[in-house]
Each structure stands twice: as structure tokens, then as C-alpha cells.
Write a protein that binds this ligand. Sequence first.
Ligand SMILES: [Fe+2]
Length: 354
Amino acid sequence: MPVKHLHRGHELASDLVISRNRVLLRKGSILTDTLIKKISALGYQGLYIHDDLSKGLQVNEVISSELKLTMRNELESFLNNTSFNKPNTLKAQMKRIDKLLTYTIDEILQSSKVMVNIIDLRTYDDYTYSHSLNVALLSVIVGISMGMGRPQLHQLATGALLHDTGKMFIDKTILNKPARLTPEEFEEIKTHSERGYHYLNDNLEIADDSKLMALQHHEQYGGKGYPQGLSHEDIHLFSRIVGVVDVFDALTADRPYRKAMLPSDALEYILGGYDTMFDPDVVSALVKKVAPYPVGTCVRLSTDDVGIVVQNHEHASLRPVIKLIVDNKPVETYIDLANDRCALNITIKEVVNY
Ligand SMILES: [Fe+2]
């Protein structure tokens, strides 16, 4: 439910991370006016609540809220340490991050049958940390879908988590500028790839393939990226993965200069860059694993019926199972857009706020 539609008495249907001091609002909590104000101030776009519409819906988390929060906090202290350059602290931090990544990969492997709900993946407090964390989670999901084993997934996750380390060296007023960048400012931002790579190379003992992701994540498959203008297989596979996932996650988040795109629109954007900006194999893996219409989304069909998505099909992600809503109430009528023969000519027209 969008935050603006929340009201006192609503019951939370999934855990909510509300701040960095490890306070969680547990599933089952009843919302008060103060809590709603706080949730809204934290920048949440929406959250899961129990109501008539959601009865019987199961929301599957890719990783637990606790692990997500611990990772996020660890990442924050790691990235804030860059100015102090204390090698021992950095090494100890990296050790802890390493361990957390092992747990994370375990949890994702256990839930790898599930299609990802990008909205559910997100934590909201600070873009830098939540974005890096999401990029790591999505990269692992894509890596699994492309058949990688644990050692590769671990290197992929490490590089994905640290891919934007170089941004710590860029002036915050440029990074968070709510307007179009001047050519000079854009050139300054572009230096974050090389600065991040050198920082990781000089200070951490992590795999070369992971470090390369900091250097290459803005390269484009067709050769029009930066800093080196590499193309195709000259860009490391890990970097091609993080290149796609980085853009996808950024599009689905609210930014100072634009509102978040719907998952379905962001996936279309990614598909539009197939072969020019993005590696086709990576795009296919992402499209297979991320639901354009996640469970809980309300949609209007080409028949003008409205319904709520109750199940996604991995083989046909644009054709989920819909439970119809009639006179503002969900009814026990389901349309399986992928499997009901009589539904083959029905399409999803738009996402609606309900
Ligand atoms: Fe970047």
C-alpha cells in the first residue's frame, strides 16, 4: 500500500527496518499516526499491510530484514572509513563483510526459486548504502540464474557491494545535485570508477575480478561507456552483470531529480538497452528473475477488470496470476494470464494504486 494511503490501525504484513540502530517494526505491528509520520519521513514508498485484498498472499523475502540491516550498517562504517585510511580497521571490516556475504549467498540460494520483488528488496534510509546492498543482492540473483557456484558468487557479491566506493571521494554537492549536471561536474563524477578501483587495489586483499567491477561498472556492452570504452567480452562478466543491475536498481528508486519508475517500466528500459548498453545474457537472466508485476501489485487489464497479482511465473513474467477485485472487494475469481487458454488475449494495461 502506498504510504499516503496508510492510516491508523493498519496491521504490518512484513518486518520493517525503521532506522540504523537496529530497531525493527515487526510483522503484525499496528500502525499509529506517529509511526506513519516516521515511515513517511524515512522515504518509504509503500509497505505491506494485512487487509481484505491481501488475504492469502504470501510475501517471500529474499534475505531476512536482520541480515539486510546488519549488512547495511557494516557497509556504512566501511565506506566512511575511507578518509581515515586505517589499514587494520579496514581489514577487520572487510572480514566481517565477507562473513555476512557468505550468509547472504546462503539465504539467496535457499530462496532462489522465488521471483524477486524489487520493491521488497529495498531499504529506504540512505540511497548510497541501500543501493549498493541491492546491487549486491541482485547481482547474486543474476549470478545464480547464470549458473555460478559459491566461490564465483562470493567474488561477484564483494565487487558489487563495493562497486561505487569511489563515490566517497566525490563532492557530495555534485553527487546529490537535484538538477542536470554541468559537463565539468559529470567529468568529476566519472572519475569515481578509477578512484574506487585504486582505493580497493591499494587497501584491500580482495580478488582482482571483484576490484575490476569498480573500474568497469560504467562500461557499456556496445563500447560507449567509461572510463576505457571497452566492449563485449573485453568487459569482465562480473562487471557486465553489475552494469545492468546498477542501472535497474537506480531506476526503481526515488532520486532527488526524479521519481522511482515502476519495476515493469524499469525492465522495459533495460530491455531497450539490450546489446547496446547491456549484455543480452545478463538482461535475459535479470528479466527471468525479477517480477515486473510483483505479488501485491494492483493492475488494470485490457478487459478493464482490476485485480491484484497473487503469483508470478518465472517462464512468463509478464503473465502473472490475477485475483479479481469487484466493487472494491477481492473475489474468488482468478485469471492465470499464462495458463488459462481463454485469457491469452488479455493483457495488463497499467498498474493502479488501490
Ligand atoms: Fe557508479
